[in-house]
Structure formats: C-alpha cells, structure tokens
Design a protein around this ligand. Structure first.
Ligand code: PHE
Length: 485
C-alpha cells in the first residue's frame, strides 16, 4: 500500500516534501511509510533526505483535558448560572486536582467570583485549552502563545519527530521490479530480460551452530590441567562395570558393609558375575579379611567368593585405583602419581544435591615413606591451585584408609566452611596383599566434580546441571570456566 503510494506519487510529482504530511494525506501509518522508504532507498528507487522536527505531544494530564475539558471550564460549568454555590459544595462536585487548578485558572480568567460563595462573572466561556490540545493531538500547527502556555502548564512536552523528503532515485520505476536472486536454469535462459540482485558481500552469514562444552566438561578440563601440572598420570576409567572384588574386597571393605547392600549399590543382572580375577591375589585378600596378617587381626568372618564375583556399577573410582595399584605391585616398584575423573553410581534417592550418578575426581600418590604430612601438603597445593587456600581437615572413617580425613574449604561467597572431599592413607591390609613393598605408602583423595561446578556456575539444583532436565540454552551460554571457588 505505502509502496504503491510513494512510487505512484513520484511518477507525477517532483518530490514528497514531508513523509509525515504524505502519510496523513494518504491515510497511511508513518512507521510503515518510513520502512518502505528505507527499503526503496536501499535499491536506489528513491533518494531521500532526513527531516527532523520538534513537535509537541500531550502529557497524560494534557490527554485527560483534551478528552474531558480543561479544569477551569469544568469548574465554571459546576457553578450555577444564577446565584452562587458554597466553596465546600463546589469542591465536593469536582476531583481534587480539577478543583484546585480550576479555581486558580478560572479566577485568573475572571470567569468566577471566588469567596466563601462562588458565582459566575461571565455568561459563556470557551474551552480554548481543550481546543489547543486537540489541535496538537491531531498534529496540526499551533500558535506560539498557546504552545508557551500549554508547556508552562506541563500539558505538552517536546518530541523529536523524524521523517524524510523523497525524490526519484537512479533506479526509479513506478513499480518495484522483481529481481532474480538465483542462477537457475530458467533464469539463465532468459537472463537478458532479467535483472539480477547484486551480491551483498557485506552480509553476515547465519551463525554456525557449533558444539558447546557442558559446564562439567569445562571444570573437568581445569582439574585435569592441575593434575597434569602436578605430574599426575591419568588412570584408565573406561569401564563403568566393576566386580565387587575390585570395588570393595580389594579395598578391605568387609562383605557385610552396608555400602554393599543393593540399597546403596546397583548390582548387574546380566552378566551378574565377573569372569576372571587374579587367583593368588584373591586368596590373599580372602585371608586378610578372615584372619588378618601384616600386623592386622582382620574382620574374622567367612569371606565368600560369590560375593566378590558380583558385578556392579562402580560406586567410586577407587575401584580403578585398587586395580592400578595391584598392577603396579606386579613389577619392580616405581613411585607413581595417578588421577582420574569419571562417572560413578550410587543407588541413592534423587534430590536437589544428589543424583544416582556423579563424577568423581580422584588423586593418589604412591611412594616410599609417605606420611600424613605429605597428604596434607599435597592437598593444600592441589586445592590452592583451585583458588581454595583455606583448608581444614576433620578425622573421618573409610574402610580402606587410616587415617582418613574429610576436607573442608572456607567459601568466601557462602561465608562458611563447606565439605569438598575425602582423603586418607590406604591401609596396609589393602596394600601389602597386593605385593607392594612394606615401606610404600599411598596417600589419596576423592571429591565430586559436580559440587565445585555447581558452586562455580551458581547452580543450586543438580538436576539443572546433569540429566534430561538440563536447559540446552544454558549450556550454549554458560561462561568459560573460572577457577576460584
Ligand atoms: N572413595 C572415596 C569416596 O567415595 C574417596 C576417597 C578416595 C577417599 C581416596 C579416600 C581416598 O568418597
């Protein structure tokens, strides 16, 4: 509509002097006219020049008077033609602001006699203010004096109006030509009659949909870098299924331990048992559970092979540590620093901080003569690289470590100590049956990847971080990982 009007008008006229007047004349929406002008200008159908004008628009109060009449006229009309009305009575008939402004304006205009009683001084009044306001509302010109007085009464405010004057451009045509945009067979056959759209080399292409790293992967990378900087090697953790033997028995965890209950652990139905275990080592593990040895009294119970054979989803990556340490013990001893970050599974009720699976970060150092002081020192080094330099340790219990310590860090943001991990020195009952030399000690610690990630990214429900409820947009938008919990 607007396009036909503009191109049609220019066919018979030199120019459109003012897009605003043009819109009013042809009953078009000015915004639409402006859009069409921009588009036609882009194709050089028209040449344009900006017009900026200061115009006036009504304030809310102005709009009200344009509709209901000025307060002074409202007041005048509320005063009886003959006789008078008491001021109190008059006040009751009008809105408070209308009464107040009406009194002063009508008094100034000498329309009414103001006293305890109010009476008319003239027969008729004309609502000039309303008339002027309506004129401005309709976009018509107003005289200077009325603009000054309406502005002073805050019934109008200035507004910059933008429009255009328009002339024919170099590509002017009374109707927009459809340009060919593709080199199709048909278009090439009659290329002489066609006009082809020019290539726009400035155009930005559609943004590429690339992959995005999940927050857990970003934080995992940071942890991995720290381990590598500290000289740790990554352990192969590419098996979720473990036997109970490596997950529990090799770690000197008794077979009656509650963690080995199906309420805490996912056991496999198929295949329900492991195929092979190193038999002579199994024999030693059985012995240390039943009767002890290496200075230990053991647990004094009947150790059952069937229990050790049961397959499960590993409940901690310490299962991998136990296999790695056993493998290490089979060769002449060399010190090692190992780490892993991978998924573990626990048969837990799901809530805002627990899922039935999470990622465990595990580090261990195996060397001759290590002490608890070494463990504390390494933990301080490790966690300070994460921005956590205030640490506290609390005695704890794990079947496979002695001593064991929970690790707490002071969280500046939360203003409190938060538990961040678990640690300890692996027991001789675990290390000696493997065949490690007697003076070899292993210091180790474990923590979840989810907890620091949630703190770093300000996520307070684990289901927003992991699982089917995760918002993909959040993954696309989340910032690169910053360490400094
Ligand atoms: N396996 C422990 C856990 O699941 C972590 C840990 C690893 C503790 C190594 C001590 C030593 O929490």
């Amino acid at each position: 509509m607007a396009e036909e009007a503009i191109l049609g008008f220019l066919q018979n006229n030199e120019q459109i002097t003012d897009s605003g007047q043009f819109s009013a004349e042809f009953n078009l929406d000015h915004n639409e006219v402006v859009n069409v002008i921009k588009s036609l200008h882009g194709f050089r159908y028209i040449d344009v020049q900006d017009i900026k004008k200061e115009t006036w628009v009504l304030t809310d109060e102005g709009k009200k008077y344009a509709a209901e009449g000025s307060p002074e006229v409202q007041l005048f009309l509320a005063v009886p033609e003959e006789g008078s009305i008491s001021k109190d009575e008059l006040q009751k008939k009008l809105a408070p602001s209308v009464f107040k402004i009406g009194c002063s304006q009508a008094g100034k205009n000498k329309w009414v006699e103001m006293g305890k009683q109010v009476s008319r001084k003239v027969k008729h009044v004309e609502d000039k203010v309303k008339g002027q306001l309506l004129q401005i509302q309709e976009g018509k010109e107003s005289d200077k004096d009325s603009i000054i007085s309406l502005k002073a009464r805050k019934l109008i405010v200035p507004q910059i109006w933008k429009g255009y004057s328009v002339k024919k451009g170099p590509n002017y045509a009374p109707e927009r030509k459809k340009v060919a945009t593709d080199l199709t067979r048909e278009n090439l056959q009659n290329w002489k009659e066609l006009e082809f759209k020019e290539y726009n080399f400035e155009a930005k292409g559609a943004p590429l949909e690339a992959g995005h790293l999940h927050a857990l992967l970003k934080v995992r990378k940071q942890f991995k870098d720290i381990f590598v900087q500290m000289g740790f090697e990554e352990m192969p953790t590419n098996n979720f299924v473990e036997s109970s033997f490596w997950n529990f028995d090799a770690l000197f965890q008794p077979q009656q331990h509650p963690a080995r209950d199906s309420h805490d652990t996912f056991f496999l139905k198929v295949p329900s048992t492991t195929r092979t275990l190193p038999e002579d080592y199994v024999e030693k593990v059985k012995r240390v559970h039943e009767t002890g040895g290496y200075g230990s009294r053991g647990y004094n119970y009947d150790w059952k092979r069937e229990e050790a054979n049961k397959n499960l989803l590993r409940t901690h990556t310490t299962a991998v540590s136990s296999r790695m340490l056993y493998a290490l013990a089979q060769k002449p001893f060399v010190p090692k620093k190992y780490f892993s970050i991978d998924r573990v599974f626990r048969n837990e009720a799901v809530d805002r901080t627990h899922l039935a699976e999470f990622h465990q970060i595990e580090g261990l150092i195996c060397d001759r003569g290590l002490t608890l002081g070494d463990l504390i020192g390494v933990l301080k080094d490790f966690f300070s690289r994460l921005g956590m330099s205030k640490l506290r340790f609390k005695p704890a219990y794990n079947p496979y470590t002695e001593p064991s310590m929970e690790i707490f860090s002071y969280h500046e943001g939360l203003g409190k100590w938060v538990e961040i991990g678990n640690s300890g020195m692996f027991r001789p009952e675990m290390l000696l049956p493997m065949g490690l030399p007697e003076d070899v000690r292993v210091i180790a610690w474990g923590l979840s990847l989810e907890r620091p990630t949630m703190i770093l990214y300000g996520i307070d429900n684990i289901r927003d971080l992991f699982g089917h409820k995760v918002d993909l947009d959040l993954i696309k938008r989340n910032p690169i990982c910053r360490i400094g919990i």
